[in-house]
Design a protein around this ligand. Structure first.
Ligand code: KMH
Ligand code: ZN
Length: 279
């Protein structure tokens, strides 16, 4: 039983424009430097979206594979690729993300409003992605944007069984405009509905709800996701300059709450990750 806190860093995302936020890590070198510093600050898992040469979101298979290999060589972080991509990515390209052989992949448990757009995750796609992850021995992290997504996860486990590794880890993503709000009340409503198979969960609040959600998650036995995918403002009037600032603050919160950041080895055990490192 691991009593510490798993810190996930989501450093880039698909939504923020590099021209507006030059400190957003979008190149391979910036990603690796970010991964290294965030591991030193306490991160155990990195949730990766890659960008192309013009810093635009891409699911280019070569770039995905390069990112997985480079972060795996430079750190011991659990390497998770986003299969959500951007709202414009087609479903078949999102399935092909697993060709890059990550340790883990995100799997969003249903379609949701996403600002002015729709983030599409139809049932058939969820099943295909889940079965592919089982086949490839990749551990899914179930992304929960809405309360109904917890019921869809229940249906997924009933239909397909447990993930590779036997652990069920989910992440609440709260505060996307048009979806569940980033409030303690919304998070606790979700926690009350967790399927019994869930072995661990984390939470992230987008924008201003970030700290209330983080504090509630740690207090309620959850884990934390932080990063510039979700937050560009560190505190009122102060922009995040580097993802390590958010990881450092999360590690301080976790330590204060007597649930310090877990090591990368503990993160692997918590999530049931297959060993893919060659050293
Ligand atoms: N960029 C969002 C449309 C994921 O990584 O799986 C989807 C997202 C979730 O970020
Ligand atoms: Zn993401």
């Amino acid at each position: 039983m691991i009593s510490g806190t798993l810190l996930t860093v989501a450093p880039t995302g698909a939504e923020t424009d590099k021209a507006q936020v030059p400190q957003l890590p979008t190149t391979l070198d910036e990603l690796v430097e970010t991964a290294r510093r965030c591991q030193s600050a306490g991160a155990g898992l990195i949730h990766i979206h890659v960008r192309d040469a013009e810093h635009r979101p891409t699911l280019d298979p070569v770039r995905l594979r390069e990112a997985v290999q480079a972060v795996r060589e430079a750190t011991d972080l659990v390497v998770q690729l986003s299969t959500g991509g951007s709202v414009h990515d087609p479903l078949d390209a999102r399935l092909r993300v697993l060709d890059a052989e990550p340790d883990s992949c995100s799997l969003t448990c249903g379609t949701t409003n996403f600002g002015d757009d729709v983030f599409l995750n139809p049932w058939g796609f969820m099943v295909d992605l889940y079965r592919l992850a089982q086949e490839r021995e990749v551990v899914p992290e179930f992304e929960i944007f809405e309360l109904g997504h917890l019921h869809a996860l229940r249906r997924l486990i009933d239909t397909c069984g447990l993930p590779f590794g036997g652990k069920v880890h989910l992440d609440f993503v709260l505060g996307v405009p048009g979806s569940m709000p980033a409030t303690p009340q919304a998070l606790l409503a979700g926690v009350a509905m967790l399927p019994p198979e869930v072995t661990s969960w984390s939470a992230t609040g987008i924008g201003r709800g970030h700290l209330p959600v983080a504090a509630t998650a740690v207090a309620a036995g959850g884990h934390l996701r932080v990063g510039m995918e979700d937050n560009l403002v560190f505190s009122r009037g102060r922009q995040v300059q580097h993802n390590v600032e958010l990881v450092t603050r999360a590690a301080e919160l976790a330590a204060l709450m007597q649930r310090p950041a877990v090591s990368t080895e503990q993160a692997r055990e918590l999530l049931g990750i297959k060993e893919r490192r060659s050293r």
